[in-house]
Design a protein around this ligand. Structure first.
Ligand SMILES: Cc1ncc(C[n+]2csc(CCOP(=O)(O)OP(=O)(O)O)c2C)c(N)n1
Ligand code: SF4
Ligand SMILES: [Mg+2]
Length: 354
């Protein structure tokens, strides 16, 4: 029998630019020109997201970018123009992400939010998304202020930190990571927009995770919160960064051959076979221990440390969709016969209820 023809290799683009496993170049992942301030941490996060999507070989058309309101929530316009996008109301991104994940499981919902959008007006939606474990990558671009409305304290601002005007924050901060871990989230990490290596590895692992990944990324607001007295400035985060691990990520489609020392390094095998490699920097920290993660975050908060790294991960936890026993096909593609049960089925249901 004649051998089936092999699929043609993707054509090399003019100029020999690097292509990913889909044959796309990084240009295929670009978005509109940013309108955020030069030096804003959110711009660096957008760059890391598009690079991670490119390197993971995620088709832009398979991603749904979702956001609320804020400078952070504007940023999905500045990467991956070929993806689906929905810029919703302030704080409503988790509800939209839930709808997308339920209605079409072939899409990857990517939520981009701010600390104001998540920890104040959107906190109700946030807490319920964290306990459901739907496949959503949820990024909080955390600058401790409402950047878009000119720099008021947000609920993640630390007690005692100062605005540029000298006003002191007299309320305790909400730690979105501690909250997410306590609520049952299955992948929780904290990073810094200025830490290219750590953030890239964390984003790739989040993309590979089959449940909800919540990444709180310190993302300084250069216009309203980058001064002395702020605990979300570039200088403060650099000086107080306490990384738990050195991260690297090997996607399932690449060969992992490098040996590691199990005494100092942990390999977390993600559901798709990818490996998240954590070289421990803190003796005894176990990212599978939920109680320890919350305790360590509270301790860091008290000491003024910015604890970064993978705080908690459970790659195999059941998702909300597993429990629903839902169909694989996107709901919008189901034929009428599949979505309208018909008189006979309804009669049977009614009879069972009488
Ligand atoms: C219902 C509603 N309330 C208030 C506002 C005003 N508002 C716009 S953005 C924002 C906060 C944004 O802060 P954050 O989510 O931290 O984003 P950042 O701009 O800092 O990135 C607020 C309060 C609004 N747009 N809608
Ligand atoms: S105001 Fe702050 S958060 Fe908004 S774009 Fe400028 S630097 Fe970024
Ligand atoms: Mg903010």
């Amino acid at each position: 029998m004649a051998e089936a023809p092999k699929p043609a290799a993707p054509a090399a683009p003019p100029g020999g630019a690097r292509t990913n496993r889909l044959g796309l170049t990084v240009v295929d992942y670009r978005g509109g020109k940013t309108t955020l301030c030069a030096g804003c941490g959110h711009n660096a996060i957008s760059e890391r997201i598009l690079e991670a999507m490119f390197e993971m070989g995620v088709a832009p058309e398979r991603v749904a970018k979702l956001s609320g309101i804020g400078c952070s929530s504007k940023s999905p316009a500045y990467f991956m123009s070929r993806s689906h996008a929905f810029n919703g109301l302030h704080g409503r991104m988790p509800a939209i992400a839930t709808g997308v994940a339920l209605a079409n499981r072939t899409l990857l919902p990517l939520g981009v939010s701010g600390d104001g959008d998540t920890a104040s007006i959107g906190i109700g939606g946030f807490v319920h998304l964290m306990r459901r474990n739907l496949r959503v990558v949820y990024i909080v671009e955390n600058n401790g202020v409402y950047g878009l409305t000119k720099g008021q304290f947000s609920a993640t601002a630390d007690l005692g930190s100062k605005l540029k005007t000298g006003v002191v924050n007299d309320l305790p901060a909400i730690d979105t990571c501690a909250l997410a871990v306590q609520l049952g989230a299955t992948f929780v990490g904290r990073s810094f927009s200025g830490d290219k290596r750590q953030l890239s590895a964390m984003l790739k692992a989040a993309i590979a995770h089959r449940g909800t990944s919540m990444l709180d990324v310190l993302s300084p607001c250069v216009t309203f919160n980058d001064h002395e007295g702020s605990t979300k400035s570039y200088a403060y985060v650099k000086d107080h960064d306490a990384p738990l691990q050195e991260l690297s990520f090997v996607p399932a489609f690449e060969d992992i051959s490098v040996e590691y020392d199990p005494g100092t390094t942990v390999d977390v095998t993600m559901h798709d076979g990818s490996r998240l490699r954590l070289r421990k920097l803190e003796e005894g920290y176990d990212p599978a221990d939920r109680i320890r993660a919350v305790a360590r975050l509270l301790e860091a908060g008290r000491k003024g440390e910015v604890l970064t790294g993978v705080l908690f991960v459970d790659p195999d936890a059941p998702t909300f969709l597993d429990g629903l026993n839902a169909v694989d096909a996107p709901l919008a593609t189901l034929p009428e016969a599949a979505v309208r049960p018909g008189r006979e089925v309804l009669d049977r249901i009614n009879a069972a209820l009488s």
